[in-house]
Design a protein around this ligand. Structure first.
Ligand code: SAH
Ligand code: SF4
Length: 361
């Protein structure tokens, strides 16, 4: 990528630079410099080349001329009463990206909820990101750098140990960049997370699920189901018109066999839409015989939402019906609702709120 004539060339982010290009940039240096750079970038708290004190000053300056240290610029952050933190970033071309850091259940560490796209083109009717539409796919560096942003700035007791693709966007609609990002997240020489602690959540694109089964990595797969019949599912998840439940279940079963992993089905409970106990029984029939887990998500409302959350007793009755049928089912604890940082609430509203100086409503 280069800018208009006469402008400075755009520097690629360091996490997007190939091993060969990094070696070329470090030519004439001892070989251990590569490890020093990688360790600082992926594991340490430095937020600029200038801060990598293991490198000589001249080399730090050379690297800073060639590469950007961070692909994304943080615009603003909000912290919820429960410790969840949401950060709004901007890409170099001004696309909004939101990322959430939340406490990991039953551990002192944190989970980073990553975005794979700016906005989302899938148009699910109960999702604030869906209402934004798609701005563009994110690059693998823009994905990995969301994680690194928080790793570099977190105290030891809040260090991120998990990544879930449950922020903005449909990861399997950007499957190439997501695969590269996942490989960096689990590479011991890069981010170094345990693959089991990386979860890709998809609206249910069968081809993407087949691709993921071929990655040969024990990462976790979550499929957003929300309905056990095609008619209702199409009303909630418009792409279900093209990707019917039979092909989705086939892709999921293949993933379970090939990756030898249990799949999680996500089911957002919408009042009087998909939450009756007879719909729970239909769901149990659909999933009979699968190695799976059902994660029920209480609906998170947002301004302009067309749906309402199922009241608590209804949530429990739905869960209990699934369990009666022998399914493993749990209710997701909602985090960060007060800062619009919960599932399906990301919509980059802060960018609109941050008016340019002198601008008017
Ligand atoms: N695009 C991917 C991942 C991002 S959404 C997907 O759809 O799976 C993460 C989860 O939040 C999905 O299960 C999604 O259906 C759910 N979700 C979206 N909007 C929601 C809302 N307003 N309340 C509760 N869950 C929601
Ligand atoms: Fe996109 Fe997922 Fe929201 Fe659907 S639920 S619009 S796929 S982010």
């Amino acid at each position: 990528m280069s800018g208009p004539p006469g402008s400075l060339p755009v520097r690629p982010p360091i996490t997007g630079v190939s091993a060969g290009a990094l070696r070329a940039a470090l030519s004439g240096e001892p070989r251990y410099r590569i490890d020093q750079v990688n360790r600082a970038v992926y594991r340490e708290a430095a937020t600029s080349f200038e801060q990598i004190l293991t490198l000589p000053a001249g080399l730090r300056a050379r690297l800073a001329e060639l590469f950007k240290y961070e692909a994304l610029q943080a615009v603003r952050s909000e912290t919820s009463a429960d410790g969840t933190r949401k950060t709004l970033f901007q890409t170099v071309d001004g696309a909004p990206v939101e990322t959430v850091q939340m406490p990991t259940e039953r551990s002192g560490a944190t989970t980073i909820c990553l975005s794979s796209q700016a906005g989302c083109g899938m148009g699910c009717t109960f999702c604030a990101t869906g209402a934004m539409g798609l701005t563009r796919n994110l690059s693998s560096s823009e994905i990995v750098d969301q994680f690194l942003h928080f790793r570099r700035r977190s105290s030891a007791d809040r260090t991120p140990d998990r990544a879930v693709f449950m922020g903005m966007g449909e990861p399997l609609a950007n499957v190439r960049a997501v695969e590269v990002a996942v490989r960096a997240l689990v590479d011991p020489a890069a981010v170094g997370l345990s693959p089991r602690r990386v979860t890709v959540s998809t609206v249910g694109l069968p081809r993407g699920i087949h691709a993921m089964a071929g990655w040969n990595l024990p990462v976790s797969l979550a499929i957003s189901l929300h309905a056990a019949d095609d008619d209702l599912r199409t009303k909630l998840v418009p792409v279900a018109r093209r990707f019917r439940l039979d092909s989705l279940m086939e892709a999921s079963r293949r993933f379970q066999q090939q990756a030898r992993r249990r799949v999680t089905y996500e089911y957002t409970l919408l009042d009087e839409v998909n939450d009756s106990t007879s719909q729970a029984a239909d769901l149990a029939r659909l999933l009979r015989g699968q190695r799976c887990h059902v994660n029920l998500i209480p609906f998170n409302a947002y301004p302009g939402a067309r749906f309402h959350p199922t009241p608590r007793p209804g949530v429990r009755a739905f869960r209990d019906k699934l369990r009666e049928h022998g399914l493993r089912a749990t209710v997701r604890r909602t985090r960060g609702r007060d800062i619009s940082g919960a599932c399906g609430q990301l919509h980059a509203g802060a960018l609109r709120a941050d008016k340019q100086p002198g601008s008017r409503d």
